[in-house]
Write a protein that binds this ligand. Sequence first.
Ligand SMILES: [Mn+2]
Length: 323
Amino acid sequence: MMHVACGANAAYMPYVAAMLHSLLAQPRRMPLTVHFMHDAQLPEAELERLREMVLGCGAEGWQSHCIGTEQLQMFPPNRRFGREAWYRTLLPQLLADQDKVLYLDADTIVRRSIEPLWSTGLSDVTLAAVVNPLYRFMDDGFQRALGIHRAQDYFNSGVLLMNLQRWRARKTDAALQAFIRDHAEQQNWPDQNALNAVLKGEWLMLEPIWNAQNIYFDLPARQLPISARQWREVRDNPAIVHFIAPFKPWDYLCKHPYRADYFRHSAQTPWAGHAIHGKSMTNRLLRLLPQPFMWMFTQVFLRRLRKRFRLAWRHRRLAELWQ
Ligand SMILES: [Mn+2]
């Protein structure tokens, strides 16, 4: 039995449904159980809709796990990420009878059978994951603070093949709690940084096709810590596409090469036809720019501009006070 876990809040139900639809649309020989993590705020009817869809799509098993606030208490709040980001770290406890689980973020789409991934050997590692390279304009100081000095030593936590038995045996929960306690400050990627810090040297590097992050489509091979062969494969035929920030398929500004895959699956879920975000006049113009420029423009340039305006405005106020 393959065990696949994911989680969502009410706002993310349409997206996690599309992900699960894509997962169940792939050919497979092994039976599969879906583990869905949510909180008590999720309406019962929404949960039931997802359960019906998953079983209707042919999953052999369905288990929902309601996460109580007490289970999330130790996790610090974050400006960008909800506490749902920490759900994946609860899997070793939640699936106490299982040895292995494949965790998938709600913002992924599966395009090929996951059976080769599922059968990856994990005998000497706590998990398997794909490298998360950084763009050049990003500050990698946070990685050095975590004790990570090479680009290929930092993994993305959106797709995790977890060795639950080893996690429990090596008391990874305790190590994670200690890290969180000692690093209460805001982290750019909270759960991902914690996992990378705690599992240094304890994880197996997967082929990039299993977690095709935007950067693999944005940059040439020579700027990435992967081979030319891996670069071609991940772009031509990714097995799991991961729609990283800032633009998700449901954002008007998204120009991801595999965006259509998301909509093809979304259209076959009970949440079909959900709203597209950010269809404003400014964004209509912005969308004409090539994607990396759009990215830079909204994430770096606009922010700086806003900051400058706010400062200028404050200076004026001060000047007025002096008069
Ligand atoms: Mn994600």
